[in-house]
Design a protein around this ligand. Structure first.
Ligand code: ADP
Length: 751
């Protein structure tokens, strides 16, 4: 079975979970047992060292008493006293003394090697060893210290000595002062030299130690080191190891230097790690050392260690089996899930995963997985539909984008073109790759900086749509450029739509129209001039005709019969009419020719004036005239506007008809840079189709008999136009009754 990474991790986790507590407990137990073992072994070693020290002290005390006992021997004291008094003839005394020493002193103690007596000069005067007699030993400690120092109270253990250079044999030397009986004057000293074996005896293995204690050489030992760092006794060498072994270890050095006890782990003279106690013996400057091999001292620990290792291995084995089974199970499920996921990733939503009948979380996981797959299938279907819709939308958008004949481009804020329609590519002959290299103004205008008044640049600044007409030969015509900023969800500008509409043709037509309008104006002017001149020129012949007609009728009054007279009258009436018409035509034309005196005039005042002038007619016709309060101050020619209002008010009176409620209202509204002044009546009204015509000269409607020539409104129109305004009529009442004449004057204030 191939394990998944998760399976391996799970396996490791089980292993870790089981081994860590085992390791922790093992370490704590090991440490505890180690410390306890160490304490106990050290306690045991300390006790051994103290016991040996006690035995050693006993030995030294016993031996010291022995020599003191010798010094109180009357015979010895007498002999020495005599020998000090009668030198050198004391050979018999000396012989007796020697014999005494050999028989009664050395002879009684097999451990005594030698007994000798030195006089106050340090010379050997008697000895159990004949050859020593006569030698001077004043330099020896055992002479100098008790004899010359008062601190020792005359008794001294001079410590360990080599017996001779040839033998490496140990002897212990004890000495004490000999005094005379009466005055207690020092006579010399008595010295006993004891076999080193006595020292070895107190370390006797069989007597004092058992194998159980482990100090008999199996893995531990007890030994004594003298001040020269030489081993002078050892529990494992019953024969004595005197002076054979140097023990210059750090522990011995330290104990000798500090004269204090040491316990712990250290390296012994064999280079072996040991647990040991070193005790200083001040009486002899010795160090008692009791130590055990560390490996063996901690042998119980090894058992614990093995226990934990075996338990660990056992636990690992069990855990391995357990973890293997569990993680193997989970592993196979994970594998199935991975395979299922891969299948989904590859678009296969038809095969659910099968992990068998399980009531646990894994079973739930499998069910959830299959549920998820079904949901995914459904959502996939929806997504497909959505995708198709989006694609269709996108295609439509693209097709529309490309179908538009205007050049449309989408730019970023750095004047780079992000997207462009077909019209653009056709116009500028660039490909998509080239777009990323170039700035838009380079492509559109062939410049290395934006076009002056560039709307794109303006939109980037204003964040508003901008428009500009651009006439650039490089673009090959006149274009109306429109730019529209694009914003993201956060309202940040991310691009600008740039539309270039070719308006070259419209512009051409526009210019032609302007030209045509100019021409028309000129023709009109010429026509007006012509009419004016003709009218003016007609006046004279008409006057002449009139004159001659009058003369004919006067001169031939009697010649004409009634019919002729009627004809002559008709000619005169028509000449009158024609003359009047010519006058009116010239009046209308004059309106366009006179100079206007534009000033700020209060319409309030002008209206009041006009109404006052027509007061009589208003009263006569019982018309209620309402003038709006606060009519504005307007830049206009006072006289002409008075004519306008007078004409309109006169017409309102004239065409009021016989309605009961006769009312004229004069008012003004300000609207889009214009004042709209109106004169509204409740009169007979004007039918829709005539509302334009009435402004033409001589045009009158025949509904009501009223005086007039049909010139008034033509003059009014001319005056309004001279003020750059418009005039029209509307019906304020629904059934077509009443008229509202409105005219505009721009709101311009002239200082
Ligand atoms: P006149 O008043 O001399 O006839 P206008 O040019 O002033 O000439 O008027 C032209 C015609 O417009 C009038 O004859 C009349 O038919 C019509 N008209 C003018 N004002 C009004 C009005 N307030 N109500 C009805 N008809 C009017």
């Amino acid at each position: 079975m191939k394990f998944t990474k998760f399976g391996v991790k799970l396996f490791c986790f089980f292993l870790l979970v089981s081994l860590v507590p085992l390791g922790v407990v093992g370490t704590i137990v090991y440490k505890y047992v180690h410390d306890r073992t160490k304490d106990e072994v050290l306690k045991q070693l300390e006790s051994t060292a103290y016991n040996l020290n006690a035995r050693l002290n006993l030995l030294l005390t016993k031996r010291t008493y022995r020599v003191v006992d010798f010094s109180s021997d009357g015979f010895i004291r007498d002999c020495v006293e005599q020998m000090s008094l009668i030198p050198p003839g004391y050979s018999h005394i000396r012989d007796n003394l020697n014999t005494h020493l050999i028989i009664n002193k050395k002879g009684l103690d097999p451990n005594i090697l030698e007994v000798e007596i030195l006089n106050d000069k340090g010379k050997v005067i008697a000895s159990t060893a004949q050859e020593q007699i006569g030698k001077v030993k004043s330099h020896e400690d055992y002479f100098r210290v008790p004899f010359l120092s008062s601190e020792t109270k005359g008794t001294f253990f001079s410590g360990d000595h080599r017996r001779s250079e040839s033998h490496n044999e140990l002897q212990l030397v004890f000495s004490t002062i000999l005094t005379d009986k009466v005055l207690h004057r020092p006579l010399g000293i008595i010295v006993t030299k004891v076999k080193g074996n006595v020292l070895q005896e107190i370390l006797d293995i069989k007597k004092y130690y058992t194998d159980k204690e482990g100090l008999t050489g199996s893995y531990g030992e007890v030994y004594v080191v003298n001040k020269d760092k030489l081993m002078i006794a050892n529990s494992i060498d019953s024969g004595g190891v005197s002076f054979k072994q140097t023990v210059d270890t750090k522990v011995v050095q330290e104990v000798m230097a500090t004269r204090e006890e040491y316990s712990g782990i250290y390296e012994n003279y064999k280079g072996m790690q040991v647990l040991g106690t070193a005790l200083f013996v001040p009486e002899a400057n010795w160090v008692i050392v009791a130590e055990k091999n560390i490996n063996e001292a901690f042998l119980p620990l090894a058992k614990i260690k093995y226990f934990f290792i075996i338990s660990g291995v056992g636990a690992v084995f069990l855990v391995c089996i357990f973890a293997f089974v569990i993680s193997g199970n989970i592993n196979s499920i994970i594998r199935k899930l991975i395979e299922g996921t891969r299948r989904i990733a590859n678009g296969d939503l038809e095969h659910p995963i099968i992990i068998g009948e399980r009531k646990d979380e894994i079973g739930e996981l499998g069910e959830s997985f299959n549920l998820m797959m079904n949901k995914l299938k459904e959502s996939n279907e929806k997504n497909k539909q959505l995708f198709l819709q989006v694609k269709r939308g996108r295609d439509e958008w693209l097709n529309t984008f490309d179908a538009i004949t205007d050049i449309i481009t989408i730019h970023d804020k750095d004047f780079k073109i992000l997207r462009a329609n077909k019209a653009f590519y056709e116009k500028f002959n660039v490909n998509t790759a080239q777009l990323s290299d170039k700035k838009c103004y380079g492509i559109f205008h062939g410049t290395d900086m934006p076009w002056h008044d560039c709307p794109l640049e303006k939109s980037i600044e204003s964040l508003q749509p901008e428009y500009e007409e651009v006439d650039d030969p490089k673009m090959g015509g006149i274009f109306l450029i429109s730019t529209y900023p694009l914003f993201d969800e956060q309202g940040e500008l991310y691009g600008i739509v740039h539309q270039a509409k070719d308006i070259t043709f419209q512009k051409k037509v526009e210019r032609q129209l302007v030209e045509k309008a100019k021409e028309l104006k000129m023709v009109n002017k010429e026509l007006e001039d012509f009419v004016y001149i003709v009218s003016h020129d007609l006046k004279e012949p008409l006057f002449a005709i009139g004159g001659y007609t009058s003369r004919i009728s006067r001169v031939y009054e009697d010649t004409f019969d009634d019919k002729g007279k009627l004809y002559i009258d008709r000619i005169r009436v028509n000449i009158e009419k024609m003359s009047q018409k010519i006058k009116e035509i010239m009046e209308v034309l004059k309106i366009g020719r006179v100079t206007y005196n534009f000033k700020n005039n209060d319409i309030d005042v002008i209206t009041e004036d006009v109404v006052k002038t027509l007061e009589g007619r208003i009263a006569k016709n019982k018309i209620n005239v309402i003038i709006q309060d606060n009519l504005p101050v307007v830049l206009c020619d006072e006289r002409r506007i008075k004519d306008v209002l007078s004409n309109l008010l006169t017409n309102a009176i004239k065409f009021m008809g016989e309605d009961k409620q006769k009312q004229v209202k004069i008012g003004c509204e300000e609207n889009g840079g214009y004042y709209k002044i109106y004169v509204e009546d409740t009169g007979i009204g004007i039918q829709e189709e005539y509302r334009e015509q009435i402004f033409k000269i001589f045009r009158r409607l025949n509904e009501v008999e009223a005086e007039g020539t049909g010139v008034g409104l033509a003059i009014v129109k001319k005056i309004v136009e001279q003020h750059k305004g418009k005039i029209w009529v509307e019906s304020p009442i629904k059934d077509g009754r009443g008229s509202r004449f409105c005219f505009t004057i721009p709101v311009i204030e002239r200082p």
